[in-house]
Design a binder for this molecule. Structure first.
Ligand code: NI
Ligand code: MN
Length: 227
């Protein structure tokens, strides 16, 4: 079964792989780009990159309804666990063997306070290695950081990178990230969902494709790509 990745708007992504549904940063309520309503979300696992409201999103209600396991850093996993939800915590720069593949937690240059003000630990990115051996890098919200080079050395097949700026890397910095990581394919995310992060993804795609060997996939919320 091929792996499919669907962009659900902002940083929300659904990955179907290894017979499981992995939902990333499930922010739908209040997300002007949301492709679905929270009650339509499906999940066996929910990955949360950091504590901000636009990433924790509807994670609590979706985990409750679906019985999904929430995977996040120890502070965020603990916050979900205290609400009676199934969780799996993951330490920085370590990997877990999971029923859908291998999941590694990577650095992200960002903060991580939870919506209620509690400590959300350190922000994360993830590298998901599918059972077919494809490596998907989910950067989360981030600035540029030195260990992006090491992430690139893993051989990334597909990367989801923010381009919105203001909260994260902007189009110029995201282009530099592509030049550091050199993924085979990149998907721009975390733009146009509010006025501070207005960007033209097609213009960015043209620059990336002129200056790098990486293919850019620009999706509309709700559209999928096979990996
Ligand atoms: Ni954030
Ligand atoms: Mn964000």
């Amino acid at each position: 079964m091929p792996t499919t990745l669907k962009w659900l708007g902002h940083a929300a992504i659904e990955i179907k792989t290894g017979g499981k549904i992995v939902l990333v940063d499930p922010y739908f309520t209040g997300n002007s780009m949301a492709a679905i309503r929270p009650e339509q979300a499906q999940a066996d696992y929910i990955l949360v990159t950091h504590g901000h409201h636009d990433h924790v999103g509807d994670g609590v209600s979706i985990a409750k309804r679906t019985g999904a396991t929430v995977i996040a850093n120890p502070e965020i996993a603990g916050w979900f666990a205290r609400q009676g939800l199934k969780t799996q915590s993951i330490e920085m720069d370590t990997s877990l063997e999971l029923p859908f593949g291998n999941l590694k937690r990577t650095e992200a240059a960002h903060n991580s306070n939870l919506p209620d003000g509690s400590d959300g630990g350190t922000a994360s990115g993830f590298i998901l290695t599918t059972q077919e051996g494809k490596k998907i890098y989910l950067a989360g919200d981030t600035g540029l950081f030195d260990s992006m080079k090491a992430i690139g050395e893993e051989g990334i097949d597909f990367a989801a990178l923010p381009i919105g700026g203001y909260y994260t890397i902007d189009p110029d910095e995201a282009l530099r990230a592509v030049k550091t990581i050199h993924p085979k394919v990149v998907l721009p995310i975390h733009y146009n969902s509010n006025d501070k992060i207005k960007q033209d993804p097609q213009k960015w795609a043209a620059r990336v494709q002129a200056e790098t060997a990486t293919k850019v996939v620009v999706l509309k919320p709700g559209e999928s790509v096979e990996i």
